[in-house]
Write a protein that binds this ligand. Structure first.
Ligand code: FPP
Length: 266
């Protein structure tokens, strides 16, 4: 494996912020910013696939986003449904499997059905996994996982001392995803806003001043170049990492070899 290929992040996660401000700055409705943001999603998915990124996770709708004005929530749900209906053909052509993290059952029926249908349509794809975080909250996911483990302990299926990082992760909605390597946020804010808190423990963070509708192929290339120049140490010394032949030190990453996408069940 060449040095360049080894430096491609296996899992990129993106907080797609700035649609509203992008629109307002142009005298447009916020929902037009979201519509333009969907174009950026398309361009980003293509660029990541071409670069060989195996997992791309997009923060499309947080638990907190339910508090937005009803018309904006409705427009976002419509956009998501439309995206799933329209893009599933290209996703399958490109070998991209659509998946969801968070709680899809909270979505209106039309959006849920469109997304589930696209997931089913792309279920056999093994080249990349595109996950949409929907009705997602990182704290929420950790709490649900803790509760699931507590139920197992109460039922006598698990001892408290058997609880470890892997077992907690196995109960989370993100359990089929590897740890995040590169977390990108557009929109000029430097915060993670409850996104993939557990999964991003060792992620490289990239905060960009541009708004999400301005993000696309060129910005993916710049983000990949940024990542390629980072030295990830996972709490070790630089010398230890340099003598490791590229082996991952993430305790949750037990697949040091390239991920076997085929082994993921839908
Ligand atoms: C944050 O921008 C963005 C969202 C809450 C929704 C993200 C949705 C999309 C990019 C479009 C649809 C998604 C898919 C997957 C097709 P903001 O509204 O908070 O912007 P602001 O901070 O400028 O107000």
């Amino acid at each position: 494996m060449s040095e360049t290929i080894a430096k491609i992040p296996r899992h990129i996660a993106i907080i797609m912020d700035g649609n509203g401000r992008w629109a307002e700055a142009r005298g447009l409705a916020r929902t037009e910013g979201h519509a333009k943001g969907a174009d950026s999603v398309r361009a980003t998915v293509r660029a990541c696939r071409s670069a060989g990124v195996q997992y791309l996770t997009l923060y499309a709708f947080s638990v907190a986003n339910w508090q937005r004005p009803a018309a904006e929530v409705k427009a976002l749900m419509h956009l998501l449904a439309h995206f799933a209906e329209r893009e599933k053909y290209e996703l399958r052509e490109r070998g991209i499997r659509l998946s969801v993290v968070g709680d899809v059952s909270e979505l209106p029926t039309s959006a849920r059905r469109a997304i589930e249908s696209a997931m089913e349509y792309t279920a056999g794809c093994n080249d990349m996994v595109l996950s949409l975080a929907l009705s997602y909250g990182g704290r929420n996911d950790i709490v649900s996982a803790a509760r699931a483990l507590a139920i197992k302990v109460r039922a006598g299926l698990l001892l408290p001392e058997e609880i470890d990082e892997q077992r907690l992760q196995a109960e989370m909605s993100t359990h089929k995803l590897p740890s995040v390597d590169l977390l990108i946020r557009t929109g000029g804010e430097s915060r993670v806003s409850d996104f993939l808190l557990y999964e991003s423990a060792y992620a490289e963070l990239l905060f960009l001043p541009i708004m999400w509708p301005e993000f696309g192929e060129e910005q993916v290339a710049q983000a990949l170049a940024y990542f390629a120049n980072r030295e990830r140490r996972f709490g070790l010394t630089s010398g230890q990492v340099q003598n490791s032949n590229g082996r991952s030190f993430d305790p949750l990453d037990n697949t040091h070899a390239p991920v076997q996408l085929q082994s993921l069940s839908q």
